[in-house]
Design a protein around this ligand. Sequence first.
Ligand code: CP
Length: 309
Amino acid sequence: MSQLNTKHLLGIKDLTAEEINLIFETADGFKDVLNRPIKKVPSLRDVTVANVFFENSTRTRLSFELAEKRLSADVINFSSSSSSVKKGETLLDTVNNILSMKVDMIVMRHSSPGAPHFLAKHIDANIINAGDGTHEHPTQALLDSFSIREKLGDVAGRKVVIVGDILHSRVALSNIFALQKLGAEVMVCGPATLLPKHISSLGVKVELDIRKALEWCDVANILRIQLERQKMRYFPSLREYSQHYGVNKQLLDTLNKEIVIMHPGPINRGVEITSDVADSDHSIILQQVENGVAVRMAVLYLLAGKKAG
Ligand code: CP
């Protein structure tokens, strides 16, 4: 396979394992480029990309912008907080105005699940979902699996537990799809109130005991408690959450093995993970961020110019 069968990246659900592996092989090449003194290639010269962010972001937004610039694309950035959205302009009007300036690709983050899918029905440009509410965050899952592959040699056959606020997490859903397509076993672990009721129907194991989950896994991907999306209290206090589900060195030291520690960021130090774990040799958190640029370069490169699919 040498190209994707889609013109948009809306979710991992729509990708095949072959397409994910094509993205990884393309990212391998771009990672080599990023380790050279001259980190730039002309692949997206004359392509214009708009990064349209209706929600806050540090990693995803900077990573996409850098990926686009490393590919020699022209880049414009839109942030809803300083835009005419504040004056009542709709999503579709906003994007159509951006596209009328001859923009080819839209990278969009939005708080509403399905916003990029809605956009894909109404516009011609390529759309990359940079996170839609609690639904999917496909490039995060791609960089997460790419980082596991880099660290452990392969994703197939690995046991990965996703820990924490699964209910509000787009990273969890995209990771479940990606890991399963690549042949990993997936478990979710957290308080019952933060696990979606029918999560086991996705074919994942469910574990409420963090120690048992860590004893089972090769890799633990630890998620942030998304207080900004929680409309009610799901646990008594952050202190109590941290006591029961926080991953700390003391807990890891009681395991009979070493596990790989991941976190998509941003980290709430001392809540879901302590600093002695986040900053330890077992943590690949910053490698995940580094790999994000190469993986996003691969996605942009493979989608650019695709008009059908
Ligand atoms: N992992 C992630 O999506 O981080 P940002 O919200 O900072 O983009």
